[in-house]
Ligand binder design. Sequence first.
Ligand code: MSP
Length: 515
Amino acid sequence: MSTPIYYANDRPHIGHVYTTTLCDVYARSMRAIGHDTFFLTGTDEHGLKVEQSATEQGLTPQELADRNSEEFQTIMSTFEMTNDDFLRTTDPRHKKQVQAFVTKLLEKGDIYLGTFEGWYDEGQEEYHTETSARDLDYTSSISGKPLVRATEKNYYFKLSAYQDCLEKLFESNPKFVLPQSRKNEVLGRLREGLQDVPISRTNFSWGIPMPDDSEHVIYVWIDALFNYITALGLGDPESTEFAERSDFWPASYHIIGKEILWFHSVIWPAVLTALDLPLPHCIYAHSFWIREGRKMSKSMGNFIDLETIESYVNKYCLDAWRYYLVTQGPLGASDADFVSDKFQDIYTSHLVNTVGNCTSRVTAMIGKYFGGVVPSESQDGERLVFDGFDWPEKCKNATEGWVAGMESFSLVAAFEAPMALIRDIDLFINDTAPFKLAKEETNQPQVAAILYQCIESLRIASMMLTPLLPNKMNEFHHAIGVDSNQGSFEELLSWGGIQEGTTITKVALFPRVDQ
Ligand code: MSP
């Protein structure tokens, strides 16, 4: 699974952190379930934009790329991302393989030399068809600048030859592009007909040279898309990377933003097909964060930049930031508004009042009534069951919901499963009132069973929440004497994992924060 590789002409902002966090949560979940997982991210360092930004700043393109790539690598550790590799497109291992792939496409006739004229978005380095240029009113939807009429002698990729193959792909594999509404957009554009695409440039030099024709550099998008397979060594079967990583292809998910879906869902599968390589299982295109109702843009200066993100992390904690991003973000077809008041509300109601309150309530009662030692849920060898609260069954259902949600990348639905379980535990405590029962010595077995069932259900909910809230859940596991790294997923999620007699301590995971 992969993020897009991020342009090295810019500094990281919420968009980059969002996509990477989604992937991190998914990767951690897949590892927990027991799937072999390879999580890839990196920086896209070639192209006109990097060359121009470097010139403006009095740097060489390589110096600028080094500086910005380093910042992206730093945020991977600041935000505790568990990526297995960080690919830089200026890395020789990548460049060598891109040239090998392009050579293969030249030999097969899928790349040829020709002349091209079209509408060009200079900022995006992207050509538009006549129809799409007209729809855009001949203006870039990203920068707002006019599209320019450009002519170039170029190497082309024979995209038009893949029209039928791509249409069939979309028909036979309805989940190739998600969400569904995005797939329909691509299909609509696809049905307008495909033209061959230029894949080389001669107006600047910061890129990977075309094999045997160094006047041309390979178009940055072709160079960048290959990252998904060069990181796995697919262009160099002699390499140790190939030996160790080639089984990770095809990817389960390429997670991207909606603005780069065309490249990923049309051009990329056509290139892979031309190379006789299998296709990724799914291209998942999320929507955009906007801020307090307005589009974020450089000109408005309202991007949620690293400094702003860090202020939230410092105020609320990293897990709270991850929680807000993943559960309230633009995972579906609509954009999501980043609103400070909403952040505060979600933090308070979901994390302080639900996860925090329930874990502290249950650990405190075990402390108070059982000296901090986990009691038994059985009396005379028989489990006590409370009406309407079959906890092993509830936990099993929640786990199944979580796994199904995670595997289909429905992260919001997935995390609703443990959250609903925790709300249910609160309800159970209110219903059975162990704090009242505890007043009578004879009720001791009931109080013991209620609290065992609460702590055990909380433990199971916490296993599901760990990929999203890794630090807080580890703190919780430590307090309840659980090692979440020991045992298979089935074992960790089965009823009865917490042993009677385990000593636990009271926790306060999410302190109240004043706005
Ligand atoms: N370099 C290309 C991708 C090449 S992949 C083979 C690129 N880079 S980028 O730095 O511009 O990053 C784009 C990604 O950042 C988007 O796909 C998306 O993941 C994320 N976002 C950028 N702005 C965003 C928002 N406002 N909201 C959410 N994510 C957005 O494109």
